[in-house]
Write a protein that binds this ligand. Sequence first.
Ligand code: HEC
Ligand code: HEC
Length: 500
Amino acid sequence: MTSRFYRSPLAVTAAVLFGALPSSSIAAAPKECPPWLAADEPVVSQSMEQADINSGALGFQEIFDHGERLFVARFNTCDGAGRPESTGGGDKRAVPMFSEEGEPVTAAQVAKLRTSAPDSDACAGCHNQPEAGGAGDFVANVFVLAQTFDPVTLSVSPLRGNSRNTLGMHGAGPIEMLAREMTADLRAQFAALPAQAGTYTLTTKGVDFDVEIDSAKNVLEAEGIDHDLIIKPFHQAGKVVSLREFSNNAMNHHHGMQAEERFDLNPAKGFDPDHDGDGHLRELTIGDQTAISVWQAALATPTQVLPWRKEDREQIRYGEEVFSDIGCTSCHVPSMVLDSRDFVEPNPYNPPGTCNNQGALAGLCPDYSFDMTRLGDKPRLEKGPNDTAIVRAYTDLKRHNLCDDPGPGAIRWFCNEQLAQGRPDQDGKPGTEFFLTRKLWDVGNTAPYGHRGDVGTITEAILLHGGEGRASRDAFEARSTADQRALVAFLKTLRAEPGR
Ligand code: HEC
Ligand code: HEC
């Protein structure tokens, strides 16, 4: 057991209530190794306190740099890596002797396992193209939901996990804010509906969501969104509200690093300061999780990179027209307007266990915000008129079903999943066929493609669209090779190009 100093949540609250802290308190309690590893040291030796973020004692750059440090750190035992007594879903477990399949598991396998995880040392171990925070190769796929198995699973079978490819977070700040504005819109329209059974169309930023309600205004069916009408822009199946919620989950899942807001300070986890039983307290402070969220939100915004030659540029302009003419833009909406340029942390729609300024966490994480058009890596979010911003992400942030019956012998890659992801209380019937319209603003340099990352070319990814995408896919197939080339050339100009 370590003898780590544990600052109580009360001390944090007091610091928030009583304003700026003396500068000597800017550094949170330093981390240290347990006595038997005293010759070594943690990778991130200092946490960040939320009170120092809110008081202004820490500037944007310091918060950003700390977020990056946490994202690229290859966490070790002294940091608190590992979760012997908790699953990757965050539930308490006994130290397993046998796998789900009944095979013996060794202590080493419980410490690190490619399927049920901890499966890596650093976030950047998977998210690294073209830089930390970006997308990943097929080899970095995650077996999503395998982490929830208790005992662990040794199998990569689709019955034990959905193999998903690593996405990039360039532009993720604008995406989270877009989802937040759309959710507020949808909920306001829902509140104004009459208590009369029927199907109503709610519309936000030009995207329609059909919602069926009963006479008590219970949602019976919701098209492309969960029944709680919260747009969840993260996970390819659209299941997570914010960068912060994702980061809390990922830290526990992939590294066995536990965010205090999700565990130590969470009544649902019994305020257990060492839920994972590894002897480490305060592995990730509220301030740490603000920093890693802010860093991801402030990564470079993807951009269009046009070639020099005039005839090449003309081909690309023509390809963009074809993309629109054949209906791709009905889902891959080229641009949306953000009413506010600010990224505001935390997200008020976060579920319990992730800071949202409600319940047990009320007062512990007051808002921290920054203007995405003025701070963060370049290229930054594009300004629009009247303090708005323009998000050119090529998505409607809505879930669609691209499955249909493509006929005998066809390989249905986009319809491969067997485990439903999500909570029935939010989703009604979570399905395995539904995916968010994939953002295309970085498609030019984030191969491989498709949710499983098993598609090598953009053309194959297009030809695999069935179901709701069938008509525009067939229209693509019917076009001349020159038209198809122009469309693909256009998509290849959309790239994550940090520093450009
Ligand atoms: C083992 C590889 C791996 C590691 C390690 C990893 N990720 Fe991921 N990440 C993925 C995959 C795969 C996805 C896509 C998941 C899906 O669609 O279900 C993803 C998705 C995300 C997303 C959502 C992106 C979007 O647009 O939907 C965020 C945010 C994220 N990761 C943050 C993190 C953070 C923070 C860490 C470290 C604490 C981390 N990831 C560690 C593989 C990884
Ligand atoms: C009905 C909505 C819809 C329409 C119409 C549609 N798409 Fe998609 N698109 C999606 C969804 C959903 C995905 C995610 C598929 C998956 O991985 O399961 C996707 C994925 C893609 C991808 C893969 C991107 C990546 O990074 O993996 C490309 C490329 C793409 N679409 C291009 C197109 C083109 C070109 C058209 C027009 C011919 C089109 N789409 C029409 C919904 C749509």
